[in-house]
Ligand binder design. Structure first.
Ligand code: BAL
Ligand code: ZN
Length: 875
């Protein structure tokens, strides 16, 4: 496959002003008539007279005409993925007719069928699977779309914009015509046709317009729309209040689809969602799912400005819309719930998974320089690190200047396809700050490592912090330049008080919280009038996506856990302490007692009801195995698993009575609500239950069974089920799993959770059990959610089984990737990911992982998606 480089970017030679589409949808296929009004781009210096359009093997070209006249066969070349039309005039209308078979489209790109309904996914390059088109985001056109289908089977026909015409046709068919007044790139095109129920609401905008809000779902999901609709209205209000952005069309539509590669898609005016990311009821969705849905609904809605009104010039700029929009949805979620908890969740994901990506063979900058298959670049680096980069600009500029910058960005670039550099420039122009060095965050891959040293000069009352930064080499990049890093700090005195941070002796009125700006390889900061050696609180609120090394003692960590006014760092101190205690036991199980400092600290968390319970609920989560593995060099996975289990077992035994008390205290009657307080209560209760069952506590068992049977919501039912599945109570496990399935077997979203709880369990998720799940009648190889909930969860969460000594876990993944490569390459390429880190693991494991990758590499007809990941990993 060909590699595409940013440096080769050229403006399009031809532009499309208008696209007229007519879809004829039938049982055995779809015919697409397209008329493109095109003209030569005045900004292009190309003298080439031929027009090149993108296409795909999924389309069959039926006919081609130019200005109404059929094109002779020698007037063009059809190279399947490209159509070259020779000698076109400067302005013309091109007619293209294609035939598709959506019912056989298992790639789920372009037009396909899911549970009988027709739907589309065009980002990044799916529109070319529908018709031949200059399928690149800097070609923006106005679309008019007429959809024709059987009226009884497909009463609902949707596309972007406003419905401008509809009527009946012969043979029981009907049509609806949609017109989108906003020019858009083809990746934002969408079509849906199905037998769906409609839920309606409305939103009154800040300028006084009433927007018609509509959700379309299959009839069985009619009762699962309220949460998404409420989330949408909150998002619309929030974007007006915080960013001054108002919705622009008269209608906003959301559709839920069961078979979907991504979480959701921000098509203009017609967002399409993976069912699991939009449908919720208290009986079927956990608190986590409620929160995820709120943030994804917001994310897709926010794209209307950050992505649709202002879009990307090319796919190297993907983070322009994704990083910024993730930042916006993170701010929104923080405002809707607990900002500290949201920060902890974001940092956990970043440190566990993005840091791993950034130190592996697929590491790439936030603005990549090359790719083979763009769908492989919808990564944690583009999304989450991209969000952090925008967040650092927010920190450096402050909220007011940042808002000025975003206003300028939207105003300056409305209706344009632009670059990350344009975004940074708007921030610079609005604030007067120079962000030239900061731009390196977009250009250099790899996670900066900050090594912090300190010294205290008692006589002078001066405390010095020296911070050195280094950025590891990544594929294709060495000798990196130092980056501009906002590093938030505080200093605590021995009584736990926050010390003023005086950067000079004459600094009066010094704050107790500062953002230090690191720009050099090494920086020393002097703090004056420091009366005693302080305990440093570093990288407060995770002010930059970096690793920090500082030799805190365990006593200092315990101290920070209870005294740091920065909630994030309180949590982080607990994590560091737990990591230290677990790591001391790795390969050493049973020979060393678990530090009583950790037990005491956790007891304090469990018993002190005056603490922020949402934060406590997070602090009681031990670092995950995935995070411990990420931190380790040549990790021994079974030993890490064992050490973590030992610590958990120790804590559960030592704190049994406190856990029971915590469980009881957090068992309260009342209506189910997804407030931070209620979520924290359920989280604490279910953590206590899980810990109790970890030691096969009889009382815990009885509580879990009773909670499973009486729960009125999925969080508590799943909490009890998970605790039982991971316990030694075989009978209860079997009984509850069976009962759960019987109750929910008709609800695919719940069945996905049932698969996942088993596939992720180190107690039940051995390979024979995983194979049984794959053979289960509810498993479906065509449904990405099912594949993720079994294969993805096994390889990503059931780490002792995936890293089994005999290499069987790796061979299993290899087998599934090879199988999926033919039907859904996008999903196959995502699933390969755990194998790509083979160099990180000890020789035997690493070699076995490499062998699995080589076997995938050697598969005949390997997709471009999987080819890129495998070849880069083996390089
Ligand atoms: N644009 C793809 C899905 C999302 O990030 O919203
Ligand atoms: Zn997005």
């Amino acid at each position: 496959p060909q590699t595409i480089y940013l440096k080769d970017y050229r403006v399009p030679v031809f532009l499309v002003d208008h696209v007229d589409l007519r879809f004829e949808l039938f049982e055995d296929g779809a015919r697409v008539h397209s008329v493109l009004s095109m003209r030569r781009n005045p900004d292009s210096d190309s003298a080439d007279k031929s027009l090149e359009l993108n296409g795909d093997a999924l389309t069959t070209l039926e006919s081609l005409s130019l200005d109404g006249r059929a094109l002779a066969e020698d007037a063009y070349e059809n190279r399947v993925d490209r159509l070259v039309i020779h000698d076109v005039p400067d302005r013309f209308e091109l007619g293209v007719v294609t035939w598709l078979e959506p019912q056989n489209n298992t790639r789920l790109e372009g037009l396909y069928q899911s549970s009988g309904m027709f739907c589309t996914q065009c980002e990044a390059e799916g529109f070319r699977c529908i018709t031949y088109f200059p399928d690149r985001p800097d070609v923006m056109a106005r679309f008019r779309t007429r959809i024709e289908a059987d009226k009884a089977s497909f009463p609902i026909l949707l596309s972007n914009g406003n419905d401008v015409d509809k009527g009946d046709l012969e043979n029981g068919r009907h049509f609806v015509t949609w017109e989108d007044p906003f020019p858009k790139p083809s990746y934002l095109f969408a079509l849906v046709a199905g037998d769906l129920v409609e839920k309606r609401d409305s939103f009154h905008t800040m300028s006084g317009r009433d927007i018609d809000l509509r959700m379309y779902v299959e009839p069985r999901n009619a009762e699962k729309c309220d949460h998404a609709m409420d989330s949408l209205k909150r998002s619309m209000r929030w974007d007006e209040e915080v960013y001054g952005r108002e919705y622009d069309l008269d209608i906003f539509m959301i559709v839920a689809v069961d078979d979907f590669n991504m979480g959701a898609m921000e098509n203009k005016g017609l967002n399409i969602f993976n069912s699991s990311c939009v449908l919720a009821s208290q009986e079927t969705a956990t608190d986590l799912a409620f929160q995820r849905i709120e943030s994804i609904v917001a994310h897709e809605y926010f794209h209307n400005w950050s992505g649709n009104r202002v879009t990307c010039r090319d796919w190297f700029q993907l983070s322009l819309k994704e990083g910024f929009t993730v930042f916006r949805d993170s701010q929104f979620s923080a405002d809707m719930g607990s900002p500290t908890v949201k920060r902890i969740e974001d940092a956990t994901m970043l440190r566990t998974a993005q840091f791993a990506e950034d130190s592996g063979p697929m590491a790439h900058p936030v603005r990549p320089e090359s790719y083979m298959e763009i769908t492989n670049f919808y990564t944690l680096t583009i999304y989450e690190k991209g969000c952090e980069v925008v967040g650092m600009i927010h920190t450096l500029l402050g909220p007011d200047m940042f808002r000025k910058g975003s206003d300028l960005y939207f105003e300056r670039h409305d209706g344009q396809a632009v670059t990350t550099d344009d975004f940074v420039r708007a921030m610079e122009d609005a604030s007067g700050r120079d962000l030239s060095q900061f731009r390196l965050w977009y250009e250099q891959a790899g996670t900066p490592e900050l090594t912090v040293q300190d010294e205290y000069d008692q006589a002078a009352g001066i405390y010095r912090l020296t911070i050195a930064q280094a950025i590891p080499d990544t594929p294709g990049q060495t000798n990196k330049k130092p980056q501009h890093i906002p590093f938030a700090v505080g200093l605590l005195g021995t009584g736990g008080e926050s010390l003023p941070l005086k950067l000079s002796a004459s600094d009066t009125d010094a704050p107790t919280d500062r953002v230090l700006e690191l720009t050099e390889v090494s920086h020393t900061f002097e703090f004056h009038d420091v009366p005693e050696r302080p305990v440093p609180s570093l990288l407060r609120n995770f002010s930059a996506p970096v690793r920090v090394y500082y030799p805190w003692t365990r006593d200092q960590l315990v101290f920070l856990m209870s005294h740091d006014p920065d909630g994030f760092n309180r949590w982080d101190a607990g994590q560091r302490l737990a990591v230290d205690v677990i790591n001391a036991l790795v390969g050493n199980a049973g020979s060393e007692a678990v530090d009583s400092g950790l037990t005491d600290a956790y007891r304090g968390l469990l018993t002190d009801a005056s603490l922020d319970q949402a934060l406590v609920a997070k602090m009681l989560q031990l670092p995950s195995e995935a995070y411990l593995i990420e931190l380790a060099d040549k990790p021994n996975v079974p030993a890490i698993h064992q050490a973590r289990e030992t610590v958990l077992g120790h804590l559960a035994t030592a704190l049994r009575d406190d856990l029971l008390a915590c469980y009881q205290r957090n068992t309260v009657e009342g209506r189910y609500e997804v407030t931070p307080e209620a979520v924290a209560r359920r989280s604490l209760r279910n953590t206590a239950l899980a810990w109790l069952l970890h030691t096969d506590d009889e009382e815990g068992r009885a509580l879990a069974v009773s909670q499973f049977e009486s729960a009125d919501n999925m969080t508590d039912r799943m909490g009890a089920l998970r605790a039982l599945v991971n316990s030694g109570y075989d009978q209860e496990r079997e009984r509850t799993l069976k009962a759960f399935y019987e109750q929910w077997k008709d609800d695919p979203q719940v069945v996905e959770q049932w698969f996942a709880v088993q596939a992720g369990s180190s107690r039940t998720g051995g390979l024979p059990a995983i194979r049984e799940l794959l053979a289960h009648p509810a498993f479906d190889w065509k449904n990405p959610n099912k594949i993720r909930s079994v294969v993805g969860v096994f390889a990503g969460q059931n780490l002792p089984a995936f890293h089994a000594e005999d290499g069987s876990g790796y061979r299993f993944l290899e087998e599934q990737v090879r199988r999926l490569d033919d039907s859904n390459p996008q999903i196959a390429a995502r699933l390969v990911s755990p194998l790509t880190r083979w160099r990180k693991f000890a020789p035997v494991h690493g070699e076995q992982m490499k062998t699995a990758l080589e076997s995938i590499r050697d598969k005949a007809g390997l997709s471009r998606d999987v080819y890129e990941v495998v070849h880069k990993s083996l390089a």
